[in-house]
Design a protein around this ligand. Structure first.
Ligand SMILES: [Fe+2]
Length: 248
């Protein structure tokens, strides 16, 4: 099973539940929230236990992975606060909105940046193995039977053969994803072998660019902040500021 596809399917499911949360009212809102909470807890668990550890060491995915842990912490804090409520009042709904924004930001960063880099640092076999392990862990947590090994069509190696469009694209020189990946890796190898001395990029530059973006409230544990630097964690608004938002 493709690890990326598994995680993207989780993301999609949560996105649909957030849509449902918007339209639900009264007690139903809290029921939908509980489903979101269960999904997010399971999702963050498999990522932290299986997916992220595989990406922590490689340099291209190191920073993004540590950042992802921090974003999970923010989401967990918000889930805990929202769980305490007995009714979905205005303040609760404002907090739920902040939760959704944080989750959407996290998903966007994962799918647009982390997965892309992870695809470069992991082999096809590793991506498959991580997917299998995450699916098995999900099943275990849910008390379900372990999933069967990937069937035809779900395995990256068993992806359907290129259709007419892909063949034309290949013919006109656009290539396919596997070719692009192979070419990218070859080019990277050539470049690195040409280098006579290593000149590490300024560590602050990437972070500065990131922190100037649209990222929303991120608060991390002091342990993680020590490891990742203070620039990573934009702060989650204090209770007062979120309360303000609810009064709008
Ligand atoms: Fe995540």
């Amino acid at each position: 099973m493709d690890a990326f596809e598994l995680l993207k399917a989780d993301h999609q499911k949560v996105a649909e539940l957030f849509e449902l949360l918007e339209t639900a009212s009264g007690k139903r809102k809290l029921d939908v929230f509980r489903r979101i909470k269960n999904e997010l807890e399971l999702h963050t668990h498999i990522e932290e236990a299986i997916f992220y550890p595989a990406l922590e060491k490689p340099e291209p995915t190191h920073d993004l992975t540590l950042e992802a842990y921090e974003e999970h912490n923010v989401v967990k804090d918000l889930l805990a606060e929202l769980s305490e409520a007995s009714s979905a009042n205005d303040e609760w709904q404002a907090k739920a909105k902040v939760l959704r924004e944080n989750v959407e930001h996290h998903v966007k960063e994962e799918e647009n940046e982390l997965f892309d880099k992870a695809d470069d640092v992991l082999t096809e076999e590793e991506i498959e193995a991580l997917g299998e392990r995450m699916a098995a862990e999900k099943a275990r947590k849910l008390g379900q039977a372990p999933p069967k090994k990937a069937s035809a069509g779900t395995n990256r190696k068993d992806k359907p053969k290129p259709g007419l469009i892909s063949k034309i694209a290949e013919f006109v020189g656009l290539g396919n994803r596997a070719d692009e990946k192979a070419a990218k890796k070859t080019a990277a190898k050539k470049t690195s072998s040409k280098k006579t001395s290593k000149q590490p990029a300024p560590s602050g530059a990437k972070k500065a660019a990131k922190s100037s973006g649209s990222k929303k409230q991120v608060r991390g544990s002091s342990k993680k902040q020590k490891a990742t630097g203070s620039s990573r964690a934009a702060k989650k608004p204090k209770a007062g500021s979120r309360r303000k938002a609810s009064k709008k």
